[in-house]
Design a protein around this ligand. Structure first.
Ligand code: PA5
Length: 422
């Protein structure tokens, strides 16, 4: 279950304000579901969970079990929407069957050099993911890693160890996969990068790493059904979208996702891409930031509590973390903490969260909390869909196209010009 708690918005957003924008929410909902809003050609993710075939899930699960015997690790090559959701899922769930290394998410020679040193001694399969099939970072990383593989493996084995996830027809990666007969999976045309975690972009590497992709998809399917109703009172996904718009209109220009659970770090990175790239256009958009607590309370905590009052906060909480540690009693009690002996660390962590949410509210930072009852694949699948839909509704309410990213071309044009100058 996913719940949204909004007690600490009191005094910042009045209940009648939420009701007051329900017609804007209705319009966003109709535009999305009737495929008549901006960027409608990229809304295939809306009913994607219910369209994922059980044959694909079985095929990928079997592929993953087969490859587990012949590999020490997996290399996932991709950037942005072809990277963050995979890493977010694996870091959130922990303990993959095979370790996963990442490449193609930066252009650092030092990073790739270190990775190559690790891969020299390992048996590995590469999943190279690029919807356009032409993105600089993954193309260069794949070129280098394929070079290493050509030295390590004969052509037949090399062919078995490369899996491409890309467009059905277009792009250099599709051409390469077809020419060499590499196993390949298709990213649907109507699903953009940052909304693609439930396509083969996510499902292929996650299945190879041993994630329960059936549970993951089932969670997203549940979300698809649960968040279909256009009602800000009973639909937490729409309530979240509407509330962040109301806060933005009151000058709260920055949303900080804060979590007391370090395994949420990359989920927040995924969330930042989703909302930042979807809403940040036409000189509008909430700036998404993230913090991991209590670590960051000892650094950024001061600014949140006392800095410029342009922030609101969204806490990501987990009711029942997978593991916990009990605090022992200590004979000397030198640190004076025997009063929590017998309690668990999560008990203390949750008290720290409760205290922080209250203190930030009192300090002028309105905040909400999204809680997952459990940290498993099903809940994460549900959460991804929750955010995707909230982002689309929120973007439509803001008046932007939440499915394009024209702004990312500006630096690329300049970079290619500089590269060609030599
Ligand atoms: O959301 C997006 O569209 C981007 O972040 C892309 O996912 C990213 O640029 C990678 O693109 P591609 O998959 O085409 O290599």
């Amino acid at each position: 279950m996913i719940s949204l708690k909004t007690d600490y918005l009191k005094g910042f957003v009045a209940p009648d304000e939420l009701r007051g924008i329900s017609s804007a929410v209705r319009k966003a909902h109709d535009d999305l579901h009737q495929r008549k809003g901006k960027g409608a050609e990229f809304t295939g993710w809306v009913d994607l969970p219910s369209r994922i075939s059980s044959d694909l899930i079985k095929e990928l699960t079997d592929l993953g079990s087969g490859l587990a015997q012949e590999n020490d690790c997996i290399v996932s090559i991709g950037i942005g929407g072809s990277y963050l959701g995979i890493r977010a899922t694996l870091e959130f769930l922990g303990n993959p069957r095979l370790p996963v290394y990442y490449a193609g998410h930066n252009i650092s020679g030092e990073y790739l050099h270190e990775l190559l040193k690790v891969l020299e001694t390992k048996r590995f399969t590469v999943v190279v993911i690029s919807k356009s099939g032409t993105t600089t970072e993954p193309a260069l990383a794949f070129r280098v890693i394929k070079g290493l593989m050509e030295k390590k493996y004969n052509p037949a084995e090399l062919k078995q160890r490369i899996i491409c996830v890309t467009d059905e027809k277009k792009g250099a990666l599709r051409a390469l996969a077809n020419k060499n007969g590499f196993r390949s999976y298709v990213i649907p045309d109507d699903v953009g990068g940052r909304y693609s975690i439930l396509t083969p972009v996510g499902l292929v590497p996650l299945a190879l790493a041993g994630v329960d992709i059936q549970g993951f998809v089932d969670g997203a399917k549940k979300a698809q059904a649960e968040y279909a109703k256009c009602d800000v009172e009973s639909n937490p996904c729409y309530r979240y979208a509407a509330l962040r718009n109301l806060l933005y209109a009151k000058g709260k220009k920055i949303e900080v996702m804060s979590s007391f659970y370090p395994n949420v770090f990359y989920v927040a990175e995924w969330w930042k891409q989703l909302f930042g790239e979807s809403e940040g256009k036409d000189h509008k958009g909430i700036f998404p930031a993230s913090l991991i607590m209590s670590t960051d309370l000892h650094s950024m905590g001061q600014l949140i509590q006392d800095g410029e009052r342009t922030l609101f906060e969204t806490f990501m909480s987990i009711d029942k973390p997978r593991q916990d540690v009990r605090i022992p009693s200590d004979k000397e009690d030198a640190d004076g903490f025997n009063y929590v002996a017998g309690k668990t660390l999560d008990f203390v962590n949750k008290k720290a969260y409760e205290a922080t949410a209250a203190a930030h509210f009192e300090g002028g930072v309105p905040n909400m909390t999204i809680s997952l009852s459990q940290a498993d694949a099903a809940h994460l699948g549900q959460l991804y869909y929750f955010f995707e839909k909230a982002c689309a509704i929120s973007g439509y309410m803001l008046g932007v196209n939440p499915f394009d990213q024209p702004g990312v071309e500006a630096y690329k044009k300049k970079m290619f010009a500089l590269l060609k100058e030599g």
